[in-house]
Ligand binder design. Structure first.
Ligand SMILES: [Zn+2]
Length: 391
């Protein structure tokens, strides 16, 4: 048995509870700090502030982080205000993120319109939930509708790179249909730099390396609404920093690239950029581990890419078995849903880990740091660290 195997097995023995608590407190502090940057959006100041913070943190940990820049186009909703008239009442304000949420690609528009259940010229069309979106858009354009109101059970933010011809407002499903609506929406499409941060821990064998990655960007702000992105993905960055801090004090057997990706929410753009011009030969990578949605874990561990990379998964999983940690596991096929994916496209074995549980806040104003439980953080970190040591 190699000394590396012995090293990670030794690390697998239970840590004292006080160490675990201190570790969770540190993760929570990092997540809170990352949530102070106005939702870490591109085309806002948030992503840039987060990047600067990470640069400072990696330097404090003794790394010399490299920044690489790429350009992205993003459509941003700067200001939005909605008022509605319900029956005989006067005008009431609707709260963005609570009563409604605009589609990310909504163009600028201001005015007042009657709300109609049929698509008519110059109206705000209240679309029935049974109508498929594609069909609604076709009817709306033909009739000359001004904007679409779409009742939805769950309001979920996203990103856009260009403006759509018509704004869509998703309306919380239990809101009554108003008779008229006023909208003031100011949006802008812009080109802006985005950044990846890569920090290298050189191992005893520098000709072979792991990549551990997490995206630091999120959706930013939309009018008065902030998408905090605590679980998505301040939590993953907190884990990344914890691993980087740990490995700084040791000499891992293989090199490790810690990468904080930008512009994941715009379509995995940071990780695509990284694999296109990697700072290290991709064929010398042992694998890539992507950490995204790490703040819970009461319901176990999900692994995207485990189901169709059996040999790689076996390598990871045998380490977990050796550590004697037995959480519920959900093994999923690979999918382009986070930053592991561009690596798999280039032939690098890669998985996307997320920890399941929690209240299910996602891409909304409720994903705040105080909701995180870190239920599986300590054993999960122990597992990832042991993987980096595994032969
Ligand atoms: Zn994410």
């Amino acid at each position: 048995m190699s000394r590396w195997v012995l090293a990670w097995l030794a690390w697998g023995v239970a840590q004292p509870l006080s160490d675990s608590l201190a570790q969770v407190r540190q993760l929570q502090r990092e997540a809170q700090q990352l949530c102070r940057f106005a939702g870490r959006g591109h085309g806002d100041t948030g992503a840039k502030q987060a990047l600067r913070y990470l640069q400072r943190r990696f330097r404090q940990l003794g790394y010399a982080p490299q920044i690489d820049t790429f350009w992205v186009q993003v459509h941003r909703i700067r200001r939005i205000r909605v008022q509605v008239r319900e029956a005989e009442d006067g005008w009431n304000a609707w709260r963005v993120g609570v009563d409604y949420l605009p589609a990310a690609d909504a163009p600028s528009l201001s005015g007042e319109w009657p709300v109609d259940t049929l698509p008519r010229q110059g109206c705000a069309w209240w679309v029935s939930p049974e109508t498929p979106l594609r069909e609604a858009l076709k009817h709306a354009q033909k009739a000359g509708v001004t904007l679409l109101l779409l009742p939805k059970e769950r309001l979920m933010g996203s990103t856009a790179q260009t403006a759509a011809p018509l704004p869509i407002l998703y309306v919380q499903a239990n809101r009554a249909r108003p008779t008229a609506l006023r909208l003031h929406l100011k949006a802008q499409t812009l080109s802006t730099p985005a950044f990846n941060l890569s920090a290298l821990r050189t191992g005893s064998r520098a000709d072979s390396a792991w990549v551990v990655g997490a995206h630091y960007d999120h959706l930013g702000r939309m009018g008065s609404l902030t998408f905090w992105g605590a679980n998505d993905n301040a939590s993953g960055i907190a884990m990344l920093l914890a691993l980087a801090a740990q490995l700084r004090k040791e000499e891992p057997p293989y090199s490790v690239w810690f990468v904080a990706f930008g512009a994941e929410e715009l379509g995995l753009m940071g990780s695509q950029d990284w694999v296109q011009a990697p700072p290290y030969p991709l064929r010398q990578l042992r694998g890539m581990i992507n950490l995204d949605l790490m703040g819970f874990g009461e319901k176990g561990v999900a692994v995207v890419g485990a189901a169709d990379q059996p040999a790689f998964w076996k390598r990871l999983d045998s380490v977990r078995v050796a550590l004697g940690w037995d959480p519920p596991l959900l093994l999923r096929p690979n999918a382009p849903n986070s930053d592991h994916f561009p690596f798999t496209q280039r032939g690098v074995p890669a998985v996307f880990f997320y920890l399941q549980g929690g209240p299910g806040y996602y891409h909304d104003g409720y994903d705040r740091p105080e909701t995180l439980t870190w239920a599986a953080a300590v054993p999960f970190l122990r597992w990832v660290r042991a993987v980096l040591y595994s032969p």
